[in-house]
Write a protein that binds this ligand. Sequence first.
Ligand SMILES: Cc1ncc(COP(=O)(O)O)c(C=O)c1O
Length: 442
Amino acid sequence: MSNRLNAVPNDLSAFWMPFTSNRQFKQSPRMLVSAKDMHYTASDGRKILDGTAGLWCVNAGHCRPKITEAIQQQAAELDYAPAFQMGHPIAFEFANRLVDMAPKGLDHVFFTNSGSESVETALKIALAYQRVAGQGSRTRLIGRERGYHGVNFGGISVGGIVGNRKMFGTLLTGVDHIPHTHQPGKNAFTRGEPEHGAELADEFERIITLHDASTIAALIVEPVAGSTGVLIPPKGYLKRLREICDKHGILLIFDEVITGFGRLGAPFAADYFGVIPDIMVTAKGVTNGVIPMGAVFVKKEIHDAFMTGPEHLIEFAHGYTYSGNPIAAAAGLATLETYKEEGLLTRGEELAPYWEDALHSLKGEPHVIDIRNIGLIGAVELEPIAGQPTKRAFSAFLKAYERGALIRTTGDIIAMSPPLIITKGQINELIDHVREVLRMID
Ligand SMILES: Cc1ncc(COP(=O)(O)O)c(C=O)c1O
């Protein structure tokens, strides 16, 4: 660990950093060189409290011994094996374990390497399923305004964040969007699920009337929209979407890339809200963020619909070189064991009331126009500086880092999603950092 401490590379120009203001960063870099449990260590030796579980992924905290050892052992035993027309036991074992813990009925898993790839996989399964099920006219995909489904073409097409879409041409055709559910006028400072807005689900009916159900393959939504700034579904909203999908034979896809693996205090958002999708997209927490991996869960009926025709033929022409990679599967198995041993998939339920109170204690601090929370997710929305959107929240992010806390900002919203091992004391510490920062920034 110590050999990298203080070691800032002398040239930062080659690495074009993702979703980063590269010029700002390279003028004053923020380098993390090691991590343990709830903390990073920065290159200047400071401990940084991780208020974001990395990028919503390190749910069990950092450098957990069981996961590290599993990766080391697997790398020494079977580093790589193809998953096309070949198998290796650990991928099957991991798939079985995942299916055992998944919401009822989601009993097959397709492995990918990221949330974005999981989204593409889910969309392709949905389209192909409709075709093999004799519903080939169902080619439209419906997403939601302000949705985030990764950065590949399918994901940005069904996604609804303008900045992620506008530079990239016309995207997929045949896509439409239902309205987002953010209604600050009615729901500001709501604790948990907002009272108002379930009726927004009925806008889906309007879109179905416009296109006709026979043209629509699937609806994809995040149960809780994360990257757009934490938009929590109004009470009853997701159930209503499920009913509309059922009524019209449309598949419901939940993108659980951030809500999966305990973030809401239940294993999945589907469990938390009691709404089971037909396809469930996951990544991030599936391996505690340690090795890239994603897993797409599908219902038996969908999987089985593909299992027809001559047996020597490939049933679904899709997959990645690293689908079910042995080291990722080993990391995943050890991650699930860690979650289970420490009760992390439901720990959020216990901590949520404390988290909620701490977060809402920021009401009345400078610039705060809304606070939202669910499970171990929290958002503090700031009044933007006139004519300079995002600047205020970015200043908050920089100041928090200077003070020793990692938070995340999107637009003028501060989003927090700490590892599920956080203590009450560390919740206080994190929120106090944010409070101080709000008092410091313009
Ligand atoms: C809901 C959702 N879907 C998809 C993704 C994309 O995941 P990845 O960055 O692993 O491609 C993310 C990432 O934050 C996400 O929050």
